[in-house]
Design a protein around this ligand. Structure first.
Ligand code: AMP
Ligand code: GLY
Length: 439
């Protein structure tokens, strides 16, 4: 089968590998950057803006593509899935209307409130700074969020980014005056706990949840520095996390199932992977955000663990028959760390060559996923975003971490890695924190 894949990050490199496990499948890739990992796998590669739905659909149709997967959020927001559907191509990714669950935080919060979905939190949307101030004073500790997409970098939280109401108001005014992510601002109560990601396949009615993953949004060791697209992630061999028990996992899956049912009732039937970002609080999992796609880096964890054929799962999601397909994940732990350009998140060193010893990485048993890099004359160059994901799987998080670190030594250049991810020290800190707030 001819399959189209839109997107040029490490998440899409992981998707490209998962979609071509079956040699009968041929991959047609579209991305704005010449991702060397995807280019090697694809039968054909179109360098094009990932939001240019009309052009992408025309190209895919001319190649005889039968099924499409759209990876990045800006492409989902631009309605690339709808353009492909108009061209008669089935998509295992949500329509523009269904993807509003991610592209409008206001829509997501309203939907959850309307259908009384558990995991909701106190929040309000404002287009007026004075009204926003009153609400911030009322809540005390808050998260200030633009409504729309900001590449994971738009949220500011009491204690982390500002101290008091005056500090929060500086950011509220900036969001409103610059129109960051739209012309409104969302104020939420600040949640305390530990974050985790739960991704699930959806056929519009039912979900199948994947292993839970913990991403690390902050740039620096010890959860310091600015928020990023995600610096690395890990998962545990039993699909849970050191601080996340079975019933918390099931509560989160139940929330995702209810969101899928609500979207269906709202006339926005959701096909494709859905991703809940949760805060595990003293009162169980609460929704921080919902994404209409795989997470990045989380896709590298779950797609590496996936033993079943992802193309078959895509077909089952499209035909509404998820329950009829066999879905199996390896009972292994996984650790993924991102190599980013020096200065990432602040002043990234772009167009710098990175040297990658792929052969030695393969000998360690780790996998390499190319992200926002460009290949020119056989050499790999950085852009302003994350460059390369290194992932290792093993019987425990600590064994997987050792392999991941060994493989990271095979990459050199003006790069930065957050090495504390998946270390015993950081995991113990998370477990201790959860115990403290739960007692
Ligand atoms: P988001 O872009 O919505 O994923 O938020 C980025 C980061 O901000 C999250 O990973 C959390 O660490 C933090 N955050 C977002 N919303 C809240 C909230 N209501 N309470 C506490 N922290 C939050
Ligand atoms: N891991 C964060 C995201 O994909 O949005």
């Amino acid at each position: 089968m001819k399959i189209l894949l839109v997107g040029g990050g490490a998440r899409e490199h992981a998707l490209a590998l998962a979609l071509t496990k079956n040699p009968d499948n041929e991959l047609y890739a579209v991305a704005h950057n010449m991702n060397p990992g995807i280019a090697r796998i694809a039968k054909e590669f179109l360098l094009e803006k990932e939001t240019n739905g009309k052009k992408i659909a025309e190209w895919a149709k001319s190649k005889g593509v039968k099924m499409a997967i759209v990876g990045p959020d800006p492409a989902l927001e631009a309605g690339v899935t709808d353009d492909l559907a108009d061209a008669g191509i089935d998509c295992a990714s949500p329509s523009k209307k269904a993807a509003e669950i991610e592209t409008s935080k206001q829509f997501m919060r309203k939907l959850m409130a309307k259908y009384k979905i558990p995991g909701s939190i106190r929040c309000e949307v404002f287009d007026n700074a004075r009204e926003a101030r009153k609400y911030i004073d009322q809540l005390g500790f808050v998260a200030v969020k633009p409504i729309g997409l900001t590449g994971g970098k738009g949220v500011q939280v009491s204690g982390d980014h500002f101290k008091d109401t005056d500090g929060a108001m500086e950011y509220v005014k900036e969001v409103l005056s610059k129109g960051i992510g739209g012309s409104k601002v969302l104020i939420e109560e600040k949640l305390e706990g530990e974050e985790f990601s739960l991704q699930a396949f959806s056929d519009g009615k039912d979900i199948y949840p994947m292993p839970a993953v913990q991403d690390h949004k902050r740039l620096l060791d010890g959860d310091k520095g600015p928020n990023t697209g995600g610096m690395g992630s890990y998962s545990q061999e039993d699909g849970l996390l050191p601080f996340l028990g079975r019933s918390d996992y099931e509560d989160a899956a139940c929330i995702l199932q209810k969101i899928i049912e609500a979207l269906d009732e709202d006339g926005r039937t959701y096909i494709g992977p859905i991703y809940g970002q949760f805060m595990l609080t003293a009162n169980g999992p609460k929704v921080i955000e919902v994404n209409a796609r795989f997470g990045d880096p989380e896709a590298m964890n779950v797609l590496s663990l996936l033993r079943s054929d992802y193309a078959d799962i895509c077909k089952a999601m499209i035909s509404g028959k998820l329950s009829r397909v066999s879905i199996q994940f390896s009972h292994k732990a996984s650790v993924c760390k991102y190599v980013v350009p020096e200065g990432y998140g602040i002043k990234p060193m772009e167009d710098q060559e990175i040297k990658v010893d792929e052969k030695t990485i393969a000998e360690t048993g780790a996998r390499i996923f190319y992200a926002s890099v460009n290949e020119k004359d056989g050499k790999v160059y950085t852009t302003r975003s994350r460059a390369i994901g290194i992932l290792a799987m093993d019987d425990s998080i600590s064994e997987a971490n050792k392999t991941c670190e060994k493989a990271l030594k095979c990459i050199s250049g003006k790069i930065f890695v957050r090495h504390d991810i998946a270390t015993k020290e950081l995991l113990d800190k998370r477990v201790k924190h959860m115990k403290e707030i739960r007692c």
